[in-house]
Write a protein that binds this ligand. Structure first.
Ligand code: SAM
Length: 241
């Protein structure tokens, strides 16, 4: 039976593509790609030639119905994004939802995504966590962060290198400068690096070392220690949860 297959692709190191992903790309009737030029480079590397069509945030609303029709008519369609897992801060959700609503089979392959290695190597609890993806760039940004100040689970954010310093500064203000953070950049690539410390320390680091590349910020959830710090700051006791 034809289906929609979600295919994760490497976030840097090409060795991270799975054997299954390669087979699925080889067997699909059509590949939907966020950027056909980016995916062409990967397919060339894998020696795969396949019909490809652009599927990105600017056309996905209009395109999902027709894609679902094609799958229903018997064509197997693989969806890839520029890097990592489609649907994770990338196009994919709308197409998956449409297929699910229409009873079309969806198969999601496990594979590369940036937040999992960043979370696991942060050293913060990862038995429970919340993935926040990109914060709003302007409207609603402070409100969103303020709402997360009380979050007790480890939090994961994607951020552009141009806003890393601003983001750390806002977090220091709203979460407290002693809250711990782990910033991973260029995961799986040559200049991969993880900087850990308090928000104040890591902010100072990136104020003096220009942030370059792709970033994941992992922030420790609120702990009782944060509450104690808050008590010291305003001289009042806070009820424990
Ligand atoms: N679909 C992707 C995934 O599964 O992780 C995410 C795509 S989103 C448009 C791009 C963001 O993911 C970047 O701005 C960065 O925050 C994060 N990212 C992607 N690749 C990364 C890498 N190699 N190292 C660190 N962060 C990365």
């Amino acid at each position: 039976m034809a289906k929609l297959i979600i295919v994760p692709t490497p976030i840097g190191n090409l060795e991270d593509i799975t054997l299954r992903a390669i087979r699925v790309l080889r067997e699909a009737d059509l590949i939907l790609a966020e950027d056909t030029r980016t995916t062409s480079v990967l397919l060339r590397h894998l020696g795969i030639e396949k019909p490809m069509r652009a599927h990105h945030k600017f056309n996905e609303h209009a395109a999902v119905g027709a894609v679902a029709d094609e799958i229903a008519a018997g064509r197997s369609v693989a969806l890839v994004s520029d890097a990592g897992t489609p649907g994770i801060s990338d196009p994919g959700f709308l197409l998956v939802r449409t297929c699910v609503e229409r009873g079309i089979e969806v198969e999601t392959l496990p594979g590369p995504t940036a937040f999992v290695p960043a979370l696991v190597q942060s050293g913060f609890p990862c038995d429970r966590f919340c993935f926040e993806g990109f914060l709003p760039q302007k409207k609603g940004r402070t409100k969103r962060l303020a709402a997360l100040a009380a979050e007790e689970r480890t939090m994961v954010f994607y951020e552009s290198p141009y806003r890393v310093v601003k983001c750390l500064a806002q977090m220091a203000e709203l979460f407290g400068s002693e809250r711990r953070v782990s910033v991973s950049r260029e995961l799986t690539k040559r200049f991969e690096e993880t900087v850990r410390g308090t928000l104040a320390e890591v902010l100072e680091h990136f104020r003096t070392t220009e942030p370059r590349g792709e970033f994941v910020l992992v922030v420790a959830g609120r702990s009782r220690a944060d509450d104690a710090e808050k008590t010291d700051e305003d001289g009042e006791e806070h009820e424990e949860a």
